[in-house]
Design a binder for this molecule. Structure first.
Ligand SMILES: C[S@@+](CC[C@H](N)C(=O)[O-])C[C@H]1O[C@@H](n2cnc3c(N)ncnc32)[C@H](O)[C@@H]1O
Length: 236
């Protein structure tokens, strides 16, 4: 069994400071783990590709790459870009990645995903990949914004990842949790951070706002602004 690697970045909040913690940023680790897989010989499936952030990042190297997403708008946008860039080996398909048979997309020998993962997606990846082929993904860890008292229903903890991989027929080869924490000298700074990050109205519409206010009232002065699991596993 692979050991979990822990990466922890912590620092004080400084108003207006550029932070390399944007929610959707592709991590270097994810890209490295994918690129280790001799991409020119691979047909890659990017699950939950959105408008193709990861797909296009790999398009220059992959033999063939298929992006799937259930958003027809995202797929239309990504397809337009692939056509405009003359990328004939890049295909986008609109569909529900928890329902379609990946085998119907053609032979797939590497499955990747960024911020779109579920036990069902892993099960379907396990169904299409031959022994030795890899799944590589990075997705939310349960600790993201944990100080608000609520974690995303799509988020994974370490035991959830291990259980889902085993159930889908995968053996882990790389497991990492990355956490970025911001500390605040005052509660008003924490609220300024939420405002600056565009989170205030989103959190007010959810239980997160009250949860975070309660945390600040109790003296809490940190926020886990980014928490991810990054995983590579091979089909048994
Ligand atoms: C946070 S976005 C990430 C998009 C892209 N991977 C990126 O890194 O920019 C999650 C994407 O997963 C897609 N998605 C969520 N559940 C899905 C499912 N069951 N089938 C297909 N796509 C799904 C959403 O439509 C959305 O585009």
């Amino acid at each position: 069994m692979s050991e979990w690697k822990e990466r922890r970045i912590a620092g004080p909040y400084r108003p207006g400071e550029e932070r390399e913690t944007r929610h959707s940023l592709l991590s270097d680790t994810l890209l490295r783990l994918i690129r280790e897989e001799s991409l020119p010989e691979r047909t890659v499936l990017d699950v939950g590709c959105g408008n193709g952030r990861l797909t296009f990042a790999l398009a220059g190297e992959a033999g063939r790459i298929i992006g799937i997403d259930r958003s027809d708008q995202a797929i239309a946008q990504a397809s337009r870009r692939a056509r405009a860039d003359g990328l004939d080996h890049v295909t986008f398909v609109c569909g529900d990645a928890e329902r379609i048979d990946y085998g119907g997309l053609g032979p797939i020998d590497l499955v990747v995903a960024h911020l779109c993962m579920s036990d069902e997606i892993l099960r379907r990846a396990g169904g299409v990949l031959a022994p030795g082929c890899a799944v590589v993904f990075s997705t939310l860890h349960k600790d993201q914004w944990q100080e608000s008292g609520r974690s995303s229903r799509f988020a994974y903890g370490e035991p959830d990842v291990e259980t889902a991989l085993a159930a889908a027929g995968f053996v882990p080869v790389y497991l990492e949790v990355e956490r970025h924490l911001l500390s605040f000298s005052a509660a008003t700074d924490a609220l300024a951070y939420l405002e600056e990050s565009g989170l205030t109205s989103k959190w007010k519409a959810e239980s997160r706002w009250d949860g975070f206010l309660g945390y600040l009232e109790r003296g809490g002065r940190e926020l886990t602004i980014r928490a991810r699991v990054t995983v590579k596993a091979r089909r048994r």
